[in-house]
Write a protein that binds this ligand. Sequence first.
Ligand code: HH2
Length: 333
Amino acid sequence: MIYHHPRARTDLPRPGDALALAGSAHVWFRTLEAFDHARRPVTPALAAETLAQPRPILPRLPNDRPLVMGIVNVTPDSFSDGGTAYAPEAAMARAQAMVAAGADILDIGGESTRPGAADVAVSEEIARTAPVIAAIRAAGITTPISIDTRKARVAEAALAAGADIINDVSALTHDPDLGAVAARSGAPICLMHAQGTPQTMQSDPRYDDVLTEVYDHLARRIEFAQAQGIDAGRLITDPGIGFGKTLAHNLALLRGLSLFHALGAPILLGASRKRFIGTLSGVDEAARRVSGSIAVALMAAGQGAQILRVHDVAETVQALALWRALTVEETKR
Ligand code: HH2
């Protein structure tokens, strides 16, 4: 495997030979580092222009700026907002508030995947998510919706109720039927890296080189998804912050995030309110980790991440509005 790492930058003015990173109006690169497994420099096997191509997610979503995905956990036990959107009316109100605050996508989930979380039965997960999605659509909200599930039947019910995207934290390793559902529906699907399952993942995660191992895993999952009949243009990738990772692993993945553009798919990043933010800032309560979450979101935006999965939509949208104004050339505004 040859790794291609575009060195993402946002400083201005942009040099004349700079290329937009994955079609971004804000992030550019002119250096493409290529290296092998042992991190020895090698000649690139990929044209830099390939990394400049935009990576559209859905025709109705812009693809030249980071998108904000608002999290609606219809669960009693999520780590960060446990139970606050569990009742269908509360989930609906959360979704409406996120849309009003500028969310580009809503991510609806009915099963917590926090470390140690218990499995939720398929029927229960459908009963939590599909009615909320149907109610959002019945209220006339047209914002794209993703269904955060590892399960084929849950995804199917969500798509039938009006969801547009599948978000699978197991990257098609949990349910052998999910690939076929994704292929049939034509919906984009996010493949996320995890080491282990939610029950076991934080017990003692180990990697020799976390950045390249997560990359290799995602490359294999992309191949698998395509073999299941899912179009390459429908895939989204995610390094899976906090899923079988120590603090050092999370930081290495965030620092090297732009490497994942070489997989050829948009990058989704979900770091919002996660434990490493509490560890580094000394804030124990997840709901009080907003500022740290925004710092990570802006860093990911600066590396060209296309989707930021967040709990605090209004705050993230505000931060990105400033980031966008400060990283685009005057002539393009
Ligand atoms: N993180 C969580 C859930 N789904 N999906 C993607 N693609 N990426 C992530 O990083 C990700 C995800 C965990 O966060 P949360 O939904 O807030 O909590 P819980 O799993 O406890 O519901």
